[in-house]
Write a protein that binds this ligand. Structure first.
Ligand SMILES: Cc1cc2nc3c(=O)[nH]c(=O)nc-3n(C[C@H](O)[C@H](O)[C@H](O)COP(=O)(O)O)c2cc1C
Length: 337
């Protein structure tokens, strides 16, 4: 079978696609290691950029890394490769979250949809301002749910009382997090000041709170009124998607991340914006309450708010050279010193 070497240009493209993924508080908790003999990339968790208060088990960290793995695979498909992913390949090394073999050419040319998803990797940004457009068409919601199902992950769209119940749980979680000194200090520490390293969230990417108090957007500046944008009116009939898995193991969290990124990229292709609501997932009782038994015995991983509105602001990323270990005498990504 023919194999494809991984040259420096391909490596640069693949890893920059991976790092464009969303991550909790833009913590970018990933590191890549090249195994050139097999054109394989290992993806490792970076625990120094974890969130011990809000995410002690590393659930959100795994979701973030899952999203990065998915971007890498989308880029590989676009570049004519047939990536093979093994999640958590070594039980003795739990921080080795994925191994991606990239040496096989794809038997078919990249589809037009793959090209659109690849382009969306860099256009997708969290959008934390109010949505203003018409409702998201049901046919698009079906497509998003199908994209999640392809990764073995459920995506459903509660309406009416069930949606409001989830927003109430999120508001309660938000209240607990902003009044918990440890949690609020952790959250604030991820807001970037001038001259900060290229992770965390810049003030330009934050949004207002809902003047009607209905949409519980995360308060990153954690009740310091002077730092708040003026409150604004959010959509009165929000479109909320629930991302859920059948089990709740690290491998399920990684799969939730791969599904999340497929859903977000597809939404971007349809010009739909998204922001994420993780607050209720960060309090075990509230997370448990978020389950809807009518959807089966699953575990909620994330709420996604979808709609039409202004594009979110870009957030910084560590450079490819910062996150890629090529070892001595291995191809350096373009631009690395
Ligand atoms: C697991 C996970 C949880 C997140 N939770 C929230 C959240 O509760 N509120 C929020 O506004 N953004 C949330 N985000 C979005 C990140 O803050 C965002 O991805 C990061 O700042 C990078 O910005 P970008 O999405 O515009 O690239 C979450 C992202 C992930 C992957």
């Amino acid at each position: 079978m023919p194999t494809m070497a991984l040259d420096a240009a391909a490596l640069e493209k693949l890893v920059s696609a991976a790092v464009a993924a969303p991550s909790i508080h833009n913590s970018q908790p990933w590191r890549f290691r090249l195994r050139p003999e097999t054109s394989t990339l290992e993806v490792h968790a970076v625990r120094e950029r974890a969130l011990p208060s809000a995410d002690p088990e590393g659930r959100a960290l795994h979701i973030s890394v899952g999203a990065a793995v998915r971007n890498l695979c989308t880029a590989a498909s676009y570049l004519g490769r047939d990536p093979e992913v093994r999640l958590l390949p070594d039980p003795g090394e739990p921080d080795l979250l994925a191994v991606i073999e990239l040496d096989r050419p794809s038997p078919v040319a990249a589809s037009a949809r793959t090209a659109e998803l690849f382009a969306a990797i860099w256009r997708r940004h969290s959008a934390r301002t109010p949505f203003t457009g018409p409702p998201v068409p049901p046919a698009v919601l079906d497509e998003l749910a199908e994209a999640a199902r392809a990764q073995d992950v459920q995506l459903h769209f509660p309406a009416g009382e069930e949606r409001d119940r989830l927003l109430h749980l999120t508001a309660e979680a938000e209240r607990r997090s902003t009044t918990d000194p440890e949690r609020s200090a952790e959250s604030r520490s991820w807001i970037q000041g001038p001259g900060a390293p290229p992770y965390g969230i810049p003030a330009t990417a934050l949004g207002p709170q809902d003047s009607a108090g209905r949409m519980p957007m995360r308060d990153y500046s954690a009740i310091h009124p002077a730092e708040h944008l003026p409150a604004a009116a959010f959509e009165t009939e929000p479109c909320i998607a629930v991302l859920a898995t059948a089990y709740d193991r690290p491998v399920d969290w990684l799969r939730a991340g791969t599904a999340l990124e497929d859903v977000l990229l597809l939404a971007t292709v349809h010009r739909i914006r998204a922001s994420l609501l993780d607050q209720a997932m960060e309090w075990p009782y509230l997370r448990w309450e978020a389950r809807d038994p009518r959807q089966g015995p699953g575990f909620v991983q994330l709420l996604i708010r979808l709609g039409y509105g202004a594009e979110g602001a870009a957030t910084p990323r560590l450079s490819v050279a910062d996150v890629l270990d090529t070892g001595p005498d291995r191809p350096r990504p373009a631009g690395a010193s």
